[in-house]
Design a protein. Structure first.
Length: 106
């Protein structure tokens, strides 16, 4: 099987990787491979980030649920607010009682 000339240099570097005179070329090849990999990663992340940040032209931002009108129910809102107030009161009651536990570090 004939190896293309583009990969022949890399193949020669890896085949003689134990020779001291090839160490610099191997390090250079490794460095260029890392730079290329990081460049591809940064470019990919940038393209994906821009793609997700900018909505397509056909998208319409109408409502939260994709086109439905959101109506607020006063009874549900009041129930939610009263539940939060009950939790806050329970927290204050527990905090006022204090801790009656012995310190385990002593």
């Amino acid at each position: 099987m004939k190896i293309p000339s583009v990969f022949r240099g890399a193949f020669d570097i890896f085949s003689y990787r134990h020779e001291p005179q090839v160490a610099r070329r191997l390090g250079t090849l490794y460095w260029y491979a890392l730079v290329a990999l990081c460049s591809v990663a940064v470019l990919s992340f940038t393209v994906l980030g821009v793609r997700f940040l900018i909505p397509p032209e056909s998208a319409q931002l109408v409502g939260v649920r994709g086109g439905e009108e959101v109506t607020l129910n006063r009874a549900e809102l009041q129930a939610t607010l009263s539940a939060f107030e009950e939790r806050a009161a329970a927290f204050e009651r527990l905090r006022a009682q204090g801790q009656n536990r012995a310190d385990p570090s002593r």
